[in-house]
Ligand binder design. Sequence first.
Ligand SMILES: Cc1ncc(COP(=O)(O)O)c(C=O)c1O
Length: 454
Amino acid sequence: MTDIIAGVPRDRLTRFRRVEEARYAAGRPRSKAAQGAAAEVFVNAVPLHWMADWPLPFPLLVDHAAGATLTDIDGFVVDDFCLGDTGSMFGHSPAPVARAIRKQARRGLTTMLPSEAGLLTGYLLCDTFGDFRWQVATTATDANRFALRVARAVTGRPKVLVFNGCYHGTVDDAMVTLRDGRTVTRPGLLGQVEDLSLVAACVEFNDMAGVEAALATGQIAAVLAEPVMTNSCMVLPDDGFHAALRDACTRHGALLIIDETHTISTGHGGYTRVHGLDPDMFVVGKCVAGGMPTAVWGMRPVIEARYLLANADRASGHSGMGTTLSANPMQFACLVATLAEVMTPKAHARMEKGAARLARGLAAAIRKHHAPWHVARVGARVEFICAPGPLRNGTDAAQAHMPEVEAAMNLALLNRGCLIAPFHNMMLVSPVTRKRQIDRLIAAFNEVLAELFQ
Ligand SMILES: Cc1ncc(COP(=O)(O)O)c(C=O)c1O
C-alpha cells in the first residue's frame, strides 16, 4: 500500500520536493557561495541557530526589506507573509518608525534614565491596551520572565500553569509538556539541568477541568496563556473558555498573564481588547515598536500595589528583573511612532480584510483539491493546517503537524515568490500587503495543491 502523508502519496511528495530544491538552488548562486563563507565565521553557518531551521537547501540571504516585500542577494523579489514572525507585522521599516529612528539617532541611543517620551508612551500603551502600569523590556521572553517573577513575589507561590504546546519565548519555566497526563521537562531542551515540573504545571488548552485541578493545589502563582494557541498548529479557544479561566484564577488567587505577542494580530489592542478579556498582567513584544527590539509588560494597579509592597519588603540587591539596554530612548521613540501612527485601528481593519481574503482563498483551494486540510485564523494571522480541523488542544496540534509536507509547501511557495513562516504554515497580512500579493499567494497555493493532489 502507498504511504500517504496528509493525503499526499509519499513518493509523489519526495519527487516534488527534489524538483523544488533543484529550482531553488539553481537560481541562487550568490546565496549559496555566501553560505560557504558564513560557515567559517558563524556557528552552523548562521548568526542565529534557528535561521538554519528554514526548510531550504541553504538560507535565503536578504539584501533588503521594504513594505511587505523582501529582496534577496540573488535579486529575487518575494512577497513577505512571514514578516519576521510578527516582528514586522505592520510592514518592514514603517515610515513613522524610520523617521523616529533618524531623529532619535541624533539625540542619544541609551542613557539608563527616563525621558518625556517615556511618559507619553505610558499613556499611549494605556490607550491601546488598557489600564495597566507598564515596564519596558527588550524581548517578549524577558517580559514574560519578569511578569512571572512578579507573580511569584506577590502570591508567594512557586509554579506557573501553562498550556501543553505553548511557547512564550525561551522562558525556562514554560518549557514543559504533558506525558501520560504528567508535567515533564520538554525532552529537546539543551543543557537543562533543573526538573521544570518543580516550577511549572501543564494542562491542555480548553480543558477547564484540568485548569481547576491544577489551581486547586494552591501552588499556582499565575496562569501564563496566549488567548489563541499560535505556536503549534493554531488552536482557537472554545466559547466561554476565557471567561471560565478568568473566574477560576480569581477564585484560586492565581494571577492571569495574557501574552499577546502573536495575538496582537487579532485587532486593535489585541485579543484582550477585541474580546473583552480581563488579565492581571499583559505582555506584548515583537512588533510593538515597529521592529525595534522592544517588549512591554503591564500589571493592573492593584497588582502594582502588591508588587510595591513585596519590593519594599525584600533585601536590597538584585531583584532578578531588568537588562541594561531596556527602556532606552530609541525604544521609546519607536514605541511612540508605532502606537500613535502605525498600530492604528485603520491599519488593523486593513489587515483583517486582507487576511479574511487570504483565508477564504486558501480554504477554497483546499476544497477544490479535496485536501484533508483546513485553515485557521486570528485576525491578520492565517494558517493552513495539513490535517482536518478544528484543533482543540496541544495534543491535537502536535498530531496535525506534518513536517515533511509543511517543508515542501514552504519551499514550493517561496519558489513561486511567496515567503511564509517556517513554522506551521503561518502567514501574516500587514497593512501594506497588497491585494495582488494575497492573490498571488492564493494562486501559488492552488498550483502547488494541483501538483500534490493530482
Ligand atoms: C506568544 C509568544 N510569547 C513570547 C515570545 C518570545 O518573543 P521573543 O523571541 O521576541 O523573546 C514568542 C515568540 O515567538 C511568542 O510567540
